[in-house]
Design a protein around this ligand. Sequence first.
Ligand SMILES: C[S@@+](CC[C@H](N)C(=O)[O-])C[C@H]1O[C@@H](n2cnc3c(N)ncnc32)[C@H](O)[C@@H]1O
Length: 271
Amino acid sequence: MGQIVDPEGRVCEQTKWHSRQKHAFLEEYLDIWSNQVGKDGKSKLPTLDIFDLYASFGFCFCPVEKKTWMGSALLAAECLKKYQSGKLLFLNTYHPDENELRAQKKSLENGLSNIHLPERVRTVIESLPIEKAVEFVISHVNPNYPSLWILDPYQPEHLPWDIVERICKLEGSYQAGNRKITRRPELFICLMTGRLQRLTGIDKEKEKVGTALGMEENMWKAKLENYRDSDDNTRRALISMYAEKIAETISEKNKMQRKAEKSGHKQLFFE
Ligand SMILES: C[S@@+](CC[C@H](N)C(=O)[O-])C[C@H]1O[C@@H](n2cnc3c(N)ncnc32)[C@H](O)[C@@H]1O
């Protein structure tokens, strides 16, 4: 929703109060790394890389409640600081307007500098439109190690399905005793079902639904009808369709992988 200065003079993302819930949920989720994975202080902990591709200003401020709190990027930074094996913090903060972009980046850098990340955490800040950001970052990821991706756009159409698909396909593997286990990235997606639902009913906006869901109009319409027949409301139907699409992407990749293994082309997927 753009910038706003809070009573302490910090330039923040202007946010509605309900967003606080999203950040509280993300904070709890990220705490799993320090409170669970790293709780016994084991020496051989897996490393963790976090990629926040819609990082914004760092802080959020709700003018109605007059409250400031940490947005996704600063929560991610806190997580990597607390978790003993936090390794990479990749933040992409972009805005099509150059002045907004500059303000976002400056404010994000200020917020980060107050967190005092330890040296083991490498921080990279980029300012690229999402397609370029994902292109750039994918070439630097090692999918054999845990990675967490935060995808929190303003609008559902700002996160085209093919971006999600490319991230889902970043599979690697790790060894657990004699077994080779597939490693997949973890995705935290803010799916804006309210707006998606509205767009499904507006003729000239339907293309945006297709972009976000990665489906032709006739396909998402048919699926939506199907879910509605089984008594689901549109919001739940959209969530189910999205989850189903992610599951399909993963199983499609597994099928290709098994086929390649049979024909002796294992390295195509594991190197
Ligand atoms: C909902 S805000 C992100 C809030 C942030 N995750 C937080 O928790 O504080 C969406 C962000 O996406 C940025 N954005 C808009 N268009 C974009 C695009 N095409 N590619 C990447 N980012 C974009 C906006 O400037 C804004 O910073």
